[in-house]
Design a protein. Structure first.
Length: 146
């Protein structure tokens, strides 16, 4: 089973279960963002987490094995067409240089880890329109000179 096939099976089972990603993640014991990413094929799960997920969604051992496999992380290099993903792409396009400048000013020359990293997505209720709050938290990795 490929990661794409696995994702399709998981998404169908999730729909049939009526549970949200948050509810499933709480039962598995992981963050909803990380669990969803693994279910979409961009991360892998430890065997115990994969086993819990498969049990919760009543899936087969083929899904469990694929969840545990290390993914080949890739994405399209074309401009995304989905409006939500496009807006995030736009944020990086507009503010990426600014983020880089401020990170370098505060930390020095380096990057933010996407491995030692967490991502949280919250909803902030606001009378003028609810707000999406995205928090990225990554370890700073300085470039070394040799």
């Amino acid at each position: 089973m490929t990661k794409v096939e696995m994702s399709e099976v998981i998404i169908l089972a999730k729909k049939e279960s009526g549970m949200s990603w948050e509810e499933i993640a709480q039962k598995v014991g992981l963050s909803s963002v990380f669990l969803t990413s693994a279910c979409l094929g961009q991360n892998s799960l430890k065997p115990e987490s994969a086993s819990k997920l498969v049990e919760i969604l009543k899936l087969g051992s083929d899904v469990e094995k694929t969840l545990i496999e290390c993914p080949y992380k890739s994405w399209e290099f074309t401009i995304p067409q989905d409006p939500l993903i496009y807006r995030l792409y736009e944020v990086v396009g507009v503010y990426g240089g600014t983020m880089k400048e401020i990170i370098h000013e505060k930390f020095g020359d380096g990057i933010m880890s996407a491995i030692d990293f967490s991502l949280d997505i919250d909803k902030e209720e606001n009378p003028l329109g609810d707000r999406v709050v995205i928090t990225m938290n990554g370890k700073f990795l300085p470039y070394k000179a040799w």
